[in-house]
Write a protein that binds this ligand. Structure first.
Ligand SMILES: Cc1cc2nc3c(=O)[nH]c(=O)nc-3n(C[C@H](O)[C@H](O)[C@H](O)COP(=O)(O)O)c2cc1C
Length: 376
C-alpha cells in the first residue's frame, strides 16, 4: 500500500494532498535557516500565563499551541483556554487545538476558533488517556481509520486558514503508521506534528525518529518532529535525524525555558550561556506570580499547582534528587520558598545541560544521541 501511494505522490512538495490546494500556509512561519520552534500543547500547563512566562524567560518559541478544547455535540469553547488566543500578547502565532470525534461539533468549533483569531486549528490525535481513547477521541481515533478520514475531510473543507494535525505513530504499533500517512496525505493539511511514539508507548520509551523521517519524505506538507528534546544536543539530533521543518518541545521547555534561545543560538553558531540556579529561581518566582488565579487564589492550592511544573524543573538540580523529594511533599508557600532558596540561591551553580539520564520523567531521551544519523 505504501509503495503504491509513494508512486502516486512521489514525496512531491508542489501540492498538498489531492485537492489541488496551494502549498501549506504554514510556510509563512517557517524560518529559512533553522527549524521552526513550537511549544507543545500541555493540558493545565500551556495557558496564557505560562505563555507570558515563556516570553519573559528566554524569548519563547516561534509558535504556541493551546491546551486542547474538548469538543462534543453540546460543547462551547472553554473560556480559560480561549484566553490564550484572544488575549495573546506574545506577538507570536497561537494555534488552537481541539480534541473530539463528532464531525458536526468539530466543524462548528473549528469555525469559531478561526473567528476568534487563532493562527490555525489543530486536531489532537495523540492523547493516550484511556477515558479519551475509549470515546474514540485523541489517540483513540488512530484505531478508527474510516472515521478519521471523514473528520480530516470535513475539517479541511471547513477551515479556510491553517489546519494542522498532531499525531502519534499508531495506536498499538509503528506498523500502523504507513496507513495513517496515506490518509493524512489526502487532506491538504498545512502541517503534521508527530510525537514519535505510539499511543501504547505513552511516555515510557525512546522515540522513533526514523518514522518521523518517513513522514518527512512522504508528506506533502511540513512535518514538525516532537518528543524528548531536552537540550541543544537532543534538539539538533532530532532535526538531523528527521529533516523535519520544525521541532515541538514540551516537558524540556518547562524544565528549561531558555532552551528555545539556546537552540536559536546553536543554529546561528553562537553560544548561549547555561542558565544559572539564580536565574532558575527567578523563573520559578515568575511562574508562581503569573499563574496565580486572578479571582480564586488559594495559597495551598497554588503550591499544589506549582508542583505540576516543579516535577520537570527539579530534574537534575542535585545528584541524589533531594530537591524533588522535598518539593513533592511541601504544602505551604513558606516551606516551598525555603526549599527553593536553599537549593538555588545558596549555591552559585548552573543548570545541567540536560536532565539525568536515568530520569523517569524524561524517559529514553539519550537514545536520540546514541543512535546513528540517517544518511541522506
Ligand atoms: C502534562 C502534559 C500535558 C499534555 N497535554 C497535551 C495536550 O493538551 N495536547 C497534546 O496534543 N499533547 C499534550 N501533551 C503531549 C505533548 O504535547 C508532547 O507531545 C509530549 O509531551 C512529547 O513531547 P516532549 O517530550 O517534548 O514533552 C501533554 C504532555 C504533558 C506532559
Amino acid at each position: 500500500m505504501g509503495r503504491k501511494w509513494l508512486a502516486v505522490h512521489g514525496g512531491s512538495l508542489g501540492k498538498c494532498g489531492d485537492s489541488g490546494r496551494a502549498f501549506s500556509q504554514m510556510r509563512d512561519y517557517l524560518p529559512s535557516d533553522r527549524p521552526l520552534l513550537v511549544l507543545a500543547p500541555m493540558q493545565d500547563i500551556t495557558d496564557l500565563a505560562f505563555m507570558r512566562v515563556m516570553e519573559a524567560t528566554g524569548g519563547g518559541p516561534d509558535v504556541y499551541v493551546t491546551e486542547y478544547f474538548r469538543v462534543h455535540d453540546d460543547s462551547t469553547l472553554e473560556k480559560d483556554i480561549l484566553r490564550s488566543v484572544v488575549e495573546n500578547a506574545t506577538g507570536k502565532p497561537v494555534f488552537a487545538q481541539m480534541i473530539g470525534q463528532s464531525i458536526p461539533a468539530l466543524v462548528r468549533n473549528a469555525r469559531l476558533l478561526e473567528e476568534s483569531g487563532a493562527a490555525g486549528v489543530d486536531l489532537n490525535l495523540g492523547c493516550p488517556a484511556p477515558i479519551v481513547c475509549r470515546k474514540t477521541a485523541g489517540g483513540g481515533l488512530l484505531r478508527q481509520l474510516d472515521h478519521l478520514d471523514a473528520i480530516l475531510g470535513a475539517l479541511r473543507e471547513a477551515i479556510g486558514g491553517r489546519f494542522t494535525v498532531k499525531t502519534r505513530l499508531g495506536y498499538h504499533s509503528v506498523s500502523e503508521f504507513e496507513a495513517l500517512l496515506e490518509i493524512f496525505s489526502r487532506h491538504a493539511m498545512d502541517a503534521l506534528t508527530i510525537h514519535g511514539r505510539t499511543v501504547a508507548e505513552r511516555y515510557r520509551t525512546p522515540i522513533h525518529p526514523e518514522w518521523i523521517r518517513r513522514a518527512v519524505d512522504l508528506m506533502p506538507c511540513p512535518v514538525i518532529a516532537n518528543g524528548n528534546v531536552v537540550s541543544v544536543e537532543t534538539g539538533a539530533a532530532l532535526w538531523r535525524r528527521t529533516g523535519a521543518a520544525g521541532l515541538m518541545i514540551g516537558r524540556g521547555a518547562i524544565r528549561n525555558p531558555w532552551l528555545f534561545a539556546q537552540l536559536r543560538a546553536h543554529w546561528e553558531a553562537r553560544t548561549h550561556p547555561p542558565p544559572t540556579f539564580e536565574e532558575l529561581y527567578h523563573y520559578i518566582r515568575l511562574l508562581y506570580e503569573e499563574t496565580k488565579h486572578p479571582t480564586r487564589y488559594d495559597e495551598g492550592k497554588h503550591v499544589q499547582k506549582m508542583k505540576k511544573y516543579m516535577i520537570f524543573i527539579a530534574q537534575g538540580i542535585d545528584p541524589d534528587g533531594t530537591f524533588e523529594h522535598q518539593i513533592r511533599r511541601v504544602t505551604a508557600p513558606e516551606a516551598f520558598w525555603e526549599i527553593c532558596e536553599r537549593f538555588l540561591l545558596e549555591r552559585a551553580d548552573n543548570m545541567l545541560g540536560q536532565p539525568p539520564a536515568q530520569s523517569s520523567i524524561f524517559c529514553g531521551f539519550e537514545a536520540l544521541l546514541n543512535e546513528p544519523a540517517i544518511v541522506r
